[in-house]
Design a protein around this ligand. Sequence first.
Ligand code: IMP
Ligand code: MG
Length: 174
Amino acid sequence: MITENDLKILFTKEEIQNAIKNLGEKINLEYKNEELYLICVLKGSVMFMVDLSKHLKMPLCMEFIRLSSYGSGFTSTGKVNAVDISLPDLNDKNVLIIEDIIDTGHTAKFLIDFLKHNFKTKSLKFCSLLDKKIKREVDIDPDYHAFEVDDKFLVGYGLDYEGFYRNLPYIGYV
Ligand code: IMP
Ligand code: MG
């Protein structure tokens, strides 16, 4: 087990909150006053979703789904599990997927394919707090991201190591 003392800070609480405020302003400009459905991919994206949503000014619906791709430990399995993916009717809606981090891209691809298969949305975009571009295995890029990161295992601000450390207000690495 790692402890908080083993962590080095990558992004402070203030850096994260500033970046989210800037993202919020961009998203406000893009959607103007149109209705928007945010889809939070649990559990990792919960902090980001909550903080981002406070900056958004359009009429907003917040949906939550649960996928998992990390079995345990430090590496992505590439296999995505739909743990709970019940959603309202998203036909003709503006949909913005909210993710904590895009790593191999398998989770993002799974979710985008699922939504395209089930709904004819008015728009469908992807917003990830972090982009681990170097690890990408499928051809997918987020429409919005706050930070590009190296191939380090990150924890905090929603990201976990074996279920722990999601509550840290900063993002650190081992
Ligand atoms: P992907 O399917 O490989 O793109 O992985 C996406 C998911 O893996 C994310 O939603 C995270 O839950 C998890 N993940 C990827 N990198 C990290 C990391 O550095 N720390 C913790 N979780 C991670
Ligand atoms: Mg996640």
